[in-house]
Design a binder for this molecule. Structure first.
Ligand SMILES: Cc1cc2nc3c(=O)[nH]c(=O)nc-3n(C[C@H](O)[C@H](O)[C@H](O)COP(=O)(O)OP(=O)(O)OC[C@H]3O[C@@H](n4cnc5c(N)ncnc54)[C@H](O)[C@@H]3O)c2cc1C
Ligand SMILES: NC(=O)c1ccc[n+]([C@@H]2O[C@H](COP(=O)([O-])OP(=O)(O)OC[C@H]3O[C@@H](n4cnc5c(N)ncnc54)[C@H](O)[C@@H]3O)[C@@H](O)[C@H]2O)c1
Ligand code: SF4
Ligand code: FES
Length: 811
């Protein structure tokens, strides 16, 4: 029988430990994970990049929902464990779920410290710790102007940079007389401050916040010295505290954190702690590198493997603010007994200080150029005795040459030098992986070794190791595979599916030698699409490969409920239909009914178990508001009622929508038809737009009204309705056959060029062939709601299961 392993805390440290256990002994445990946040495991570090606009929330998921399912992990998302029954070895969540354990890992992380001052509970006063905080900041920036960040440490400065990117005015309030005093000396800190001021940040140093003022919402902060700063948003970033509430309740020994020994054991048998909540030899860490080291030790211990035990870590940090290179490792201020080697270049704004004690490097601070940081940090970590050779070794022959784009620098690195600090990956490990597994991209190296999987700061260095190992040409020539499981790109995979007549994802992965035989969340949905596109008849839809919204045929909302959007062709409805929708909304107590931007009616806040019943009573087709498919065809009133209208845009829109509804496409497709060039239906920001002109129609492609707004390109002018239908079908099929999965038409047309598309549709023969192929697909499409209502097994999946996909919105 498998042993029961329970993890409390679905964060970076705990899940990394589970990943390691799955590698060492995949069959040893039945694993259950409780996570208070309603998301799959995500990269907290990259919240700074999300805020700064460099990544989206979707990009920071480390292990998606499928990972839990694929590894048979029972995952209770949105469940906070409130009690550990240590006598009976059970845990209980706030939602009443109980899980028995043989081994229990606590990885509850930290809580941001909120200054206990009057007004700290006002609206607009937040921390910066999780997705919710990040979303609040992004939302606030849309409405308000002025932010105050309290705390000039790593987190405060990264938050401030993000808020600047969101066009807010930002003042950083710091208690000390210089910034980042826990990582930098005063010289480096002053240089940093000058650079950040240049970027637009304002600093209020040596300020102690006394009160947050405002009525319901914050309007400003008051300082002890009588000063005042206006604020619409206050972000507190004044440090963190290990989250020990659960351990405390359960009688586990605590100090600042949960006290653990070198094998991460707490004072209670079979209970372990890793991550920021744990205190080892008096230290509770707040950076991932030591937490991952702890996780690796604990994984070995739980799998019964020999290991040395965790001895503590020397840490280093880099600030993740673009345009600023700052490194701090080990000791950063002089003390009696230390000697320093300092380099200061006021012309290029570079400062480096290396501290030495008894012939050993004990710390370093660098500003402006951190290219040598991994070598110096290696000296700090190993404590190598360099007595008598200090300058030679610290400055090194190659010291200068390591700056900038260092092919030479990487060449000079020894194999045991760490390239990725977060994950402790050495140059030697990366080189070996490149050579043995024939890796040709940074993404593949990440998938294989974990290098660059956390803060991402080492990506340029990893790329240099790759260049240096393979030669630049080989790397430039190397293409990115569709995901980390293969080096084959989209065109090669599709060509193989065609030529080798592959009809299932399993076959593709096996025949094309996927490195991960199960695939990953990136390739599985892509393969499902390509297979369906190439073999519409033979390929059986692989429902499990689809994202949760498409599996459930409804859009999951942030509170775990769903939205129901029935198809309303061309946006034209009737009193009878409206009455029916209203009755269903009332019967199921739908909290919100909303008209969408695409002229449809959205019933929001629906429980998963109510979906089939509502679909049945609506008796309308799915509006596909969730899928990679035709969403809506928006229409203006056109010549039917509008005095400017030259053509019947409504009938045209309805006809297009009826023709292409349910069509699977690489990414969502939106259409619109306007009855004259005034373009009230906004047809020129749609994937396919139709605008009536005198005696005909203009056809536009590749528009997008989303994050990256793009006006569409005018491609064809046609005379008749039949031609509009022919061109639209041929265009959609050509897009289906040639775009990458998840590539919107706006990206695709720019990648392949308009001429290529024009040529592909330039004869009637070519268009007819494409139309014949789209018809073959369209005739197989069934309405998914109807299918679920009529298939008892499918229906049961909705009605008998609790809606446990809570807030899978992060997918
Ligand atoms: C914006 C930001 C940027 C950062 N940048 C860096 C960086 O560049 N480099 C670096 O090394 N570190 C960085 N860090 C720190 C790093 O993210 C943390 O050290 C790391 O996430 C800690 O991992 P953990 O698993 O211990 O805790 P967490 O990631 O906080 O995970 C703990 C999880 O446990 C859950 N939980 C708590 N109690 C319970 C309970 N009773 N039941 C169920 N679930 C519970 C919490 O909700 C949380 O999801 C950054 C942190 C932030 C906020
Ligand atoms: N790049 C990175 O490595 C990175 C980025 C973000 C966060 N983190 C980690 O996240 C955790 C939290 O970061 P943090 O910056 O909040 O913690 P921190 O403890 O490093 O810094 C907090 C800062 O707030 C200041 N402060 C304390 N009280 C104050 C007050 N009343 N008014 C104004 N300033 C005050 C302190 O002087 C200190 O410099 C840390 O563990 C940090 O290492 C790391
Ligand atoms: S696009 Fe022209 S026809 Fe359509 S509503 Fe506007 S003005 Fe009238
Ligand atoms: S150094 Fe952070 S991911 Fe490599």
């Amino acid at each position: 029988m498998k042993r029961k392993l329970v993890l409390v805390g679905n964060g970076m440290a705990g899940v990394r430990c589970v990943e390691h256990i799955l590698k060492l002994a995949p069959q040893m445990f039945d694993i259950t994970i409780f996570g208070a946040e309603p998301y799959p495991n995500y990269n907290r570090i990259l919240l700074s990049s999300v805020l700064a606009g460099d990544s989206g929330l979707k990009d920071i998921v480390l292990n998606d929902w499928d990972w839990y399912r694929d590894n048979n992990i029972t995952f209770h998302a949105g469940h906070t464990v409130t009690k550990i029954d240590t006598a009976n070895q059970k845990v209980v969540s706030d939602k009443g779920v109980t899980a028995a354990y043989d081994e229990l890992i606590l990885a509850t992380g930290s809580l941001p410290f909120m200054l206990p001052i009057p007004g700290a509970d006002k609206e607009g006063v937040i921390a910066f710790r999780d997705i919710k905080d990040c979303e609040t900041m992004m939302e606030t920036a849309k409405q308000y102007k002025k932010a105050v960040v309290i705390g000039g440490g790593l987190l405060g400065l990264e938050a401030a940079r993000g808020l600047l990117n969101l066009n807010m005015e930002v003042s950083v309030v710091h208690i000390n007389h210089y910034l980042m005093e826990r990582q930098l000396d005063e010289t480096a800190s002053r240089m940093l401050q000058a650079e950040l001021e240049r970027q637009g940040m304002k600093f209020l140093l040596e300020k102690q916040t006394e009160q947050i003022v405002g009525k319901k919402r914050v309007t400003g902060v008051k300082f002890k010295d009588g000063g005042f700063e206006e604020a619409d948003l206050v972000v507190m970033a004044v440090g963190i505290r290990p989250n020990v509430a659960l351990a405390k309740e359960s009688g586990i020994e605590l100090n600042r954190g949960i006290v653990v020994n070198d094998y991460l054991q707490t004072s209670v048998p079979n209970i372990y702690a890793v991550g920021e909540c744990a205190e080892h030899r008096g230290v509770a860490y707040g950076l991932v590198a030591p937490l991952y080291e702890q996780g690796d030790v604990l994984a070995k211990k739980l799998c019964g493997l020999e290991c040395e035990g965790y001895r503590g870590s020397v840490t280093s940090t880099k600030l993740k603010v673009s345009g600023v290179d700052v490194f701090s490792g080990g000791q950063y201020n002089e003390e009696p007994g230390t000697r320093a080697i300092r380099i200061q270049d006021e012309i290029d704004g570079i400062y480096k200080k290396i501290l030495i004690r008894d012939g050993r490097v004990v710390g370093a601070v660098m500003f402006g150029d951190t290219s040598d940081s991994s070598r110096i940090f290696q000296l700090i970590r190993t404590g190598e005795d360099i007595s008598g050779r200090e300058k030679e070794i610290v400055l090194g022959e190659d010291f200068g040459s390591r700056n900038g784009n260092g092919g030479t620098a990487v060449g000079a690195m020894s194999d045991d030098e760490i390239v990725c600090g977060c994950n402790g990956v050495t140059k030697g490990t990366i080189v070996k992986a490149i050579q043995e597994k024939r890796l040709t991209s940074v993404e593949e190296i990440k998938a294989c070794t974990n290098a660059s999987r956390s803060c991402g700061g080492c990506k340029p260095l990893v790329a240099q190791v790759l260049n240096c190992t393979l030669g630049e040409d080989a790397v430039t020539a190397a293409k990115e595979g569709i995901c980390g499981c293969t080096t084959l790109d989209r065109d090669e995979v599709v060509a193989a599916i065609r030529s080798m007549h592959l009809t299932t994802s399993k076959e593709v992965m096996h025949v094309l030698e996927w490195s991960n035989p199960e695939g990953c969340s990136k390739c599985r949905p892509a393969l499902n699409y390509y297979l369906g596109m190439v073999w519409p008849v033979e390929h059986a839809e692989e429902r499990e490969s689809r994202f949760v919204n498409e599996r459930n045929h409804a859009n999951i909302q942030k509170d775990g409920t769903y939205s129901v959007i029935p198809r309303i062709y061309g946006g034209v409805t009737s009193p009878k239909e409206l009455k029916k929708i209203a009755e269903v909304a009332e019967k199921y107590d739908v909290p919100m009914v909303k008209i969408t931007g695409g002229q449809r009616i959205d019933l929001l806040g629906v429980k998963k178990e109510d979906l089939p019943g509502m679909w049945e009573e609506l008796d309308m087709p799915s509006g596909y508001g969730y899928g990679k498919a035709l969403r809506t065809v928006k229409t203006c009133v056109g010549s039917t009622f509008c005095r400017f209208g030259t053509q019947d845009s409504i009938s045209m829109g309805i006809e297009l929508e009826r023709r292409f509804e349910r069509l699977n496409t690489p990414a969502k497709v939106k259409m619109a038809v306007s009855g004259c060039p005034r373009n009230c239906a906004e047809a020129t920001i749609k994937d396919f737009g139709v605008v009536a002109i005198d005696g005909g129609w203009e056809l536009y492609i590749g528009g997008n009204g989303g994050v990256k707004v793009r006006a569409s390109d005018l491609m064809w002018k046609v005379r008749t309705k039949e031609e509009v239908l022919e061109y639209s079908a041929a265009f959609l099929q050509y897009y289906r056959e040639n775009a990458k999965w998840n590539e919107r038409t706006s990206e695709w047309v720019q990648r392949v060029g308009l001429d290529v598309i024009r040529q592909a549709l330039d004869t009637e023969e070519k268009r007819k062939a494409l139309v014949a192929r789209i018809d073959e697909t369209l005739k197989l499409m069934k309405d998914p709601w109807k299918e679920i209502i009529e298939t008892p097994e499918l229906r049961a999946m909705f009605e008998s299961l609790p809606a446990k996909d809570a807030a899978a919105a992060a997918e």
